[in-house]
Design a protein around this ligand. Sequence first.
Ligand SMILES: *Cc1c(COP(=O)(O)O)cnc(C)c1O
Length: 225
Amino acid sequence: MLIEQNLESLKVDIPDHVTLVAVSKTKPVSDIQEAFDAGQQIFGENKIQEMVNKYDVLPKSIQWHMIGHLQRNKVKYMAHFVDLIHGVDSLKTLKEIDKQAKKHDRIINCLLQARIAEEETKFGLTFDEIEIIMNSEDFKSLKNIQIKGLMGMATFTDDTNQIAKEFKSLKTFYDKLKSDNLSTFNFQLSTLSMGMSGDYKIAIENGSNMIRVGSKIFGARNYIA
Ligand SMILES: *Cc1c(COP(=O)(O)O)cnc(C)c1O
């Protein structure tokens, strides 16, 4: 019941052009089923093994997004079903995703994770590194991945100006990449994944069209994941 209510009140804040990823990491299958029954189709997990376990027992029409930092050696376990991988931050990882996607004769959608936070701890590529990857022959030869957009996480702070500034910088870079019109088969930008429970409103104001919300739907998590 509570999950359904949380989803309803969240939706008031979300315009039609923004996709909601319900982040269900650490939460039980019964919570996901409840959200699914309330109409939510897209779920995000940050550990591959946990996502696979949930995929195995839940309705197959669920779209699964991997939002966490990727361990390359585990990509193979989700390659047959993952719908979008948000946290890609190296060409090496892209190559592994491409290789595993090929085995299943499919194309796996990916977002490149950009480093926009001031914090040292956050993963991600600099804008320069993203341009270098995109323009490399190695990247252009990958046929079983598609870069759909960018993902970023703002600094964990109460300073809303700081958060807005970081989201705005990623939106500006995203727009620049789009207008450069470098679109190749495997590089077709449509998605800008920014915003979590604490900052999704700021993210939407600054151009996000995909938000990843966990605790505001499922309640606080018992441990840091
Ligand atoms: C956990 C997580 C979220 C959701 O966090 P909440 O604050 O619970 O909404 C979003 N994005 C990533 C990458 C996460 O790891």
